[in-house]
Ligand binder design. Structure first.
Ligand SMILES: N[C@@H](CCC(=O)N[C@@H](CS)C(=O)NCC(=O)O)C(=O)O
Length: 221
């Protein structure tokens, strides 16, 4: 029997990505919630970077959401999440890199910035990233299905989706305005949200809004 543990934190979109990858692969894992404000000694001992997600598979550790996703894809060949064709695979990885280096990187700066004068400019750059995704990804005339690469659902969709799950937090607390013209993005989000695995383990906006409100209250108490 497969022995998989996933170390997570409930607000972490990278952990959400790892959870979604496992769910899409129909792999059951034991989830262990880590308190990131007071990291337990046992976690620091096993974690190379002190961050979640961290995966333990038959005693072997894998860190970093992107590497975990690729590891799971390679270790479990059923329910493929990377296309077979090399160029499509490269495209999927390029969008994963876009998610990490543009969307999540800016979002981290935005969430950690308590200078409200900084919120508008960073939020505006994030909106530009969404326009890029809409135009270069979803408006691509060669695309023939509801997912980023078309008909084939992939790790690219799974890397991006947790950002959209939490967008309400940025709208409520960080002056972010979703660019209304990005209608294809909304249709893509709906298509991903409608997948059985995503319905099973995804979280509604309210989940994140309530927890962020609590976090903010405890930070200012
Ligand atoms: N590059 C990492 C980022 C993971 C990350 O930033 N995790 C955050 C929670 S969302 C974390 O564990 N933060 C704790 C810390 O930095 O001390 C990945 O992709 O897995």
């Amino acid at each position: 029997m497969t022995n998989i543990e996933l170390f997570v934190a409930e607000l972490c979109p990278f952990a959400a990505r790892a959870r979604l990858v496992l769910a899409e692969k129909h792999i059951s894992a034991t989830e262990i919630e880590v308190d990131l404000r007071q990291k337990p000694g046992w976690f620091l001992e096993i974690s190379p970077n002190g961050k979640v997600p961290l995966l333990r598979h038959d005693g072997k550790l894998v860190s970093e959401a992107t590497i975990i996703a690729e590891y799971v894809e390679e270790a479990f060949s059923k329910h493929r999440l990377l296309p077979g064709q090399p160029h499509a695979r490269a495209q999927a990885r390029a969008w994963v890199s876009f998610a990490d280096n543009r969307l999540y990187a800016k979002t981290e700066v935005l969430l950690h910035s308590f200078d409200s004068d900084m919120h508008g400019p960073i939020a505006a750059k994030l909106a530009d990233d969404l326009r890029f995704l809409e135009e270069r990804g979803l408006a691509n005339p060669a695309r023939t299905g509801p997912y980023l690469l078309g008909a084939e659902f992939s790790l690219a969709d799974l890397a991006l989706y947790p950002w959209f799950e939490q967008v309400a937090v940025l709208e409520r607390y960080r002056s972010f305005h979703f660019p209304r013209e990005c209608q294809r993005l909304l249709a893509w989000q709906e298509a991903v949200a409608d997948r059985a695995a995503v319905r099973a383990v995804g979280k509604p906006a309210q989940f994140y809004l309530e927890r962020y409100a609590r976090l903010l209250r405890s930070a200012t108490a």
